[in-house]
Design a protein around this ligand. Structure first.
Ligand SMILES: Cc1ncc(COP(=O)(O)O)c(C=O)c1O
Length: 385
């Protein structure tokens, strides 16, 4: 391919953002016509929709019956901070971070809650050795680091007989990666990620041990209404049946229900994981074939199949950050890839969402465009020099 000739095929859908992520392939607004708009979420119809969202989540993700699933305000951030604020402080905590979002939870624990915390951090592209953690403490970690493309390879290192609780931010993993529920006491995610739902609503999944903590421990700090999960010292069961703490968007609920219906039609979790894996494989092949681009995640076992982060490695590139930005802009201007610049706090590069709602054919179509944009930018750099 010559430097100035654009590839013949364009992705049918150029949406490769890491959140909000692409809608399921067959999405159209008509599919939300059944939303009970203008009705109370406490009316039978509203409650039934919310309960259905919880039941379908359990079915698709294979969440054990004895785990509680709640829809809470504030997206994934709301769900995770609700867990931190209500459960932490009973014992010391291990705070684990290898990218920006994990680092945000470290700030919460150290600067806001002022917990007795051991902080374990790794550079972008690497992961903390989870086997070295003290699991008698509570442990907060992110399953899939969205801004570095580094994920936990397996939950095997988490002891089944741990004394502490595990709090896992799984927002860019749920529905694309296998989560070991028996090893996770608190799991959170947002609808806006792997299923391409809407933001602002978070999912909070609690093991029986997490519930036990809530019922046996009262934090030293006050809790706003929006964080309160207990009533009179007992878990507020209503929240886990769809009686939300405050008013949800019934349009967003309908949208999530549609996404779950699509997920079931794709073969449930197995089908969704296969889609993300096939998407990742396209990028993996492209990286293997080109010596000027590499994964940010250093080793194959920690590479994410959702938020795939790449860096340019060509020594001819003069200003890495400017180059990566210019490539992303070129692709955006061409209308072939939106929002694929690296996260603002992450090393320069590209981040391509490969989650389950993205079509493999679109990723296949995108790869030659990345090659094209890289060459075009190199040429522009040479001209400017
Ligand atoms: C790992 C991780 N945690 C937390 C968040 C924040 O999610 P939300 O904006 O849905 O609260 C994100 C968003 O990208 C994320 O990727």
């Amino acid at each position: 391919m010559s430097d100035d000739k654009t590839p013949a095929t364009r992705p049918a859908n150029p949406r490769f953002s890491s959140g909000p992520c692409a809608k399921p392939p067959a999405f159209s607004l008509d599919k939300l016509a059944d939303a009970p708009l203008g009705r109370s979420h406490r009316a039978a119809i509203g409650k039934a929709k919310l309960k259905q969202a919880i039941d379908d989540t359990r079915e698709v993700l294979g969440i054990p019956d004895e785990y509680r699933i709640g829809i809470v305000p504030g997206s994934d951030t709301g769900a995770f901070e609700m867990a931190m604020w209500t459960m932490l402080g009973q014992r010391p905590v291990e705070m684990v971070a290898w990218e920006s979002f994990g680092a945000g939870w470290v700030t919460d624990a150290v600067k806001q809650l002022k917990l007795d915390a051991n902080v374990h951090e790794a550079e972008y592209g690497q992961i903390v050795d989870l086997a070295a953690l003290d699991w008698s403490r509570d442990v907060c970690f992110t399953w899939n680091g969205t801004t570095s493309g580094v994920r936990v390879p397996s939950g095997d290192v988490i002891p089944a007989d741990r004394e502490g609780l595990t709090l896992c931010d799984a927002t860019s993993a749920a529905f694309a990666q296998d989560l070991p529920w028996e090893k996770l006491d608190v799991t959170t995610f947002s609808w806006q990620k792997v299923l391409g739902g809407e933001a602002a609503h978070g999912m909070l999944i609690l093991s029986p041990r997490a519930v036990e903590r809530l019922e046996s421990y009262t934090p030293a700090w006050p809790l706003p209404k929006i964080f309160r999960l207990t009533k009179g010292g007992k878990i507020n069961e209503g929240i886990f049946k769809g009686e939300t703490i405050n008013t949800p968007s019934m349009l967003a609920v309908e949208d999530y229900l549609q996404a779950l219906a699509w997920a079931k039609a794709e073969g449930g979790l197995t089908g969704l994981m296969a889609r993300a894996d096939a998407n990742f494989a396209v990028v993996d092949r492209f990286v293997a074939e080109n010596d000027w681009i590499a994964f940010l995640a250093q080793t194959p076992e920690i590479r994410s199949n959702t938020s795939v982060c790449l860096k340019f490695t060509d020594p001819a590139i003069i200003d890495g950050a400017a180059f990566a930005k210019a490539v992303a802009k070129r692709l955006d201007t061409e209308g072939v890839a939106y929002d694929i610049g690296a996260y603002r706090d992450a090393p320069a590069g590209l981040r391509i969402w490969c989650g389950s709602t993205v079509e493999t054919s679109d990723l296949k179509a995108l790869m030659p465009w990345i090659d094209w944009a890289y060459r075009a930018e190199l040429a522009a750099q040479a001209k400017a020099a």
